[in-house]
Write a protein that binds this ligand. Structure first.
Ligand SMILES: CC(C)(COP(=O)(O)OP(=O)(O)OC[C@H]1O[C@@H](n2cnc3c(N)ncnc32)[C@H](O)[C@@H]1OP(=O)(O)O)[C@@H](O)C(=O)NCCC(=O)NCCS
Length: 202
């Protein structure tokens, strides 16, 4: 399955993506806020994760959708965005994501989230999306509210990040379908302006 956007293709992983995964994740600034990513992050870690994702994509009753984010201009994987814990009963799912540090602050996660949220609300028919973000993670806390997620509360000392062993408080956010639909055109305009500004700076 593929979701295409202006600058990205969100697609199923291939084993040959492992080098791009190591380049993106073998970096403490990226892995320190991710629950299950080791540091250092090696070929073996990447290949195991890709194998796991490929297996989950083959399942009939999927509860996870692991999209790798390919930058169209470079044909390179620059990050990933996952749908996890999809529940048909509750009509909910969770998301998580990362972007290679070299590509931060270019609107890529916003672009990927617009595509994935549309997929979740329209195709999976969820009514609510949820996400958890470590309290100290300024970039991701801002990225969630920028896209319309609302803060719902904080679980104290909730997680231990694998790469650092550090215990984190975790902020929880929710996004309702009706709020998403209301804000979507404004959000798309905001992203277009951001891309235009970035292109003007090249
Ligand atoms: C969080 C992360 C995915 C953001 O990706 P990105 O592609 O750089 O984000 P974008 O450029 O699309 O920006 C999205 C919004 O977040 C804001 N943002 C991004 N980085 C920020 C930072 N360092 N400080 C403050 N705001 C930031 C942007 O300003 C933008 O909001 P705006 O349009 O209202 O200005 C990226 O920093 C990352 O991979 N971090 C490490 C892994 C991680 O923390 N993953 C999330 C786990 S919950």
């Amino acid at each position: 399955m593929k979701l295409k956007t202006q600058r990205l293709v969100l697609r199923e992983p291939k084993m040959s993506d492992w080098k791009d995964l190591v380049e993106g994740l073998n970096d403490r600034d990226t892995s320190r806020y991710l629950a299950a990513v080791a540091f250092p992050y090696k070929e073996k870690d990447a290949k195991e994760w890709i194998k796991h994702c490929i297996k989950e994509w083959k399942e009939k009753e999927k509860t996870s959708y692991h999209f790798f984010i390919e930058l169209r201009s470079e044909k390179k994987i620059i990050g990933a965005i996952d749908i996890a814990n999809y529940s048909k009963q509750h009509k909910t799912c969770e998301t998580g994501s990362w972007i290679n540090k070299e590509y931060w602050r270019k609107g890529y996660i916003m672009e990927a989230k617009i595509a994935v949220n549309e997929f979740a609300f329209n195709r999976l028919k969820v009514r609510k999306m949820e996400t958890g973000v470590y309290k100290e993670n300024t970039a991701s806390n801002k990225a969630q509210t920028s896209i319309g997620y609302k803060y719902e509360g904080c679980k104290l000392k909730h997680h231990i990040a694998k790469s650092t062993g550090k215990i984190h408080d975790e902020n929880f956010y929710g996004l309702m379908k009706e709020d998403w639909k209301k804000n979507l055109s404004k959000l798309k305009k905001h992203l277009q302006e951001k891309i235009k500004n970035l292109e003007g700076k090249k």
